[in-house]
Design a protein around this ligand. Structure first.
Ligand SMILES: [Zn+2]
Length: 61
């Protein structure tokens, strides 16, 4: 069963990524809006995204 992978960001709102198709959503819908997979309840897999590269990109202008 598909599930949302919860991606926390330092400077942006948390994203939820479909484990089935990789679609990004701003909230954990019951079904993936992209591939339609039903999500397995509230079983998230929180992980912090390394933002260092993005921060470098902002200041490297
Ligand atoms: Zn999906």
């Amino acid at each position: 069963m598909a599930r949302w992978i919860c991606k926390k960001h330092l400077f942006r709102r948390t994203e939820y990524i479909c484990s089935c198709c990789g679609c990004r959503s701003d909230r954990p819908y019951v079904e993936c809006p992209n591939c339609g997979s039903p999500m397995g309840g509230s079983k998230y897999d929180p992980e912090w995204v390394d933002e260092i590269e993005e921060i470098d990109a902002i200041f490297d202008d």
